[in-house]
Design a protein around this ligand. Structure first.
Ligand SMILES: N[C@@H](CCC[C@H](N)C(=O)O)C(=O)O
Length: 294
């Protein structure tokens, strides 16, 4: 096997600690999975003095189409295991921030495999429409015809919801009292989830400064195969499940706090959920192309 080492320009961004290498899709990277696996590695991956962590949670390949108004960005997230995710809430916020820097526009449309999402940028604060969360077993998908609401899966009581990607959400007393790396893999690979699931923990944390419901969140991500510092689809899943279980009134905004920061979520009765929070650029650099050939 030979490994080719040409350089490709990249940037690194994060949304509340969910960090991504960003590559303009005009760059030709023949082996995207190999590129993502190599540079996302938390020990040997991308390393820079202006970033707090080595590696990344994924590579966002972004194709900007400026001829539209608002401009469109085609977003493809390749994860550290080489898989492509249908949606990424924090990735969509990063994509909007990246495109806003290039175009000067504060409204963007983000095209994802899960659908087109409207984004609004205000400084480094980005709000993205996230589609309507669904509990429908056909769209999660589940390997059965009934919804999965507060049932034990591999010993964890979860509710299954799709917020662009599938999440198994467990509402617990204290997210930090759960050994997530120990309990999540069995749930993530459970037979009831034929395409796997992200595993998200939520615990009530009273109310935020504005008096809105506040939850703590931790998510073990499919594709990363580990816990991330933030997960946007997971934060929306927390709010959607809280609403479904009657823990919050659906009309209100909910603050969800993963380890990496605070996210503001709305899940209206009609219309798309929204996800809002900061998205920040860390640095620009060049990385080896990484093309493996047998
Ligand atoms: N971190 C993302 C979710 C990325 C997709 C997920 N790992 C999957 O494969 O389903 C987010 O912010 O939503």
């Amino acid at each position: 096997m030979s490994v080719q080492h040409d350089q490709v320009p990249v940037e690194k961004y994060h949304g509340t600690g969910n960090d991504f290498i960003v590559v303009d899709a005009v760059e030709s990277i023949p082996d995207r999975p190999a590129f993502a696996t190599a540079h996302c590695d938390r020990e040997t991956g991308v390393d820079h003095t202006d970033a707090p962590r080595v590696g990344a949670d994924g590579v966002l390949f972004l194709h900007l189409e400026e001829r539209y108004s608002p401009p469109r960005v085609v977003m493809t997230l390749v994860q550290p295991d080489g898989s492509v995710a249908a949606m990424c809430g924090n990735g969509a916020r990063v994509a909007a921030a990246w495109a806003a820097e290039r175009t000067g526009d504060d409204e963007l449309m983000i095209d994802t495999p899960a659908g087109t999402r409207h984004a609004a940028v205000d400084g480094n604060f980005v709000t993205v429409e996230m589609g309507e969360p669904t509990f429908d077993p056909r769209y999660l998908p589940l390997d059965r015809q009934d919804e999965l609401i507060e049932e034990s899966v591999e010993g964890l009581t979860v509710t299954a919801v799709n917020t662009g990607v599938p999440h198994a959400v467990a509402v617990v007393d204290d997210v930090d009292a759960v050994d997530l790396e120990a309990v999540a893999p069995a749930v993530r690979h459970a037979d009831v989830f034929p395409e796997g699931a992200n595993v998200t923990l939520a615990s009530r944390a009273g109310v935020d400064a504005d008096g809105n419901p506040h939850f703590h969140q931790r998510t073990y991500e499919r594709g990363v195969e580990g816990e991330t510092r933030s997960c946007g689809t997971g934060a929306v899943a927390v709010a959607a499940v809280a609403k479904r279980l009657g823990l919050v009134d659906g009309a209100e905004s909910v603050t969800v706090s993963p380890p990496g920061g605070d996210l503001r979520i709305t899940v209206p009765d009609d219309g798309p959920a929204t996800l809002a929070g900061p998205a920040q650029r860390e640095f620009a650099d060049e990385l080896d192309l990484v093309v493996r050939s047998a």
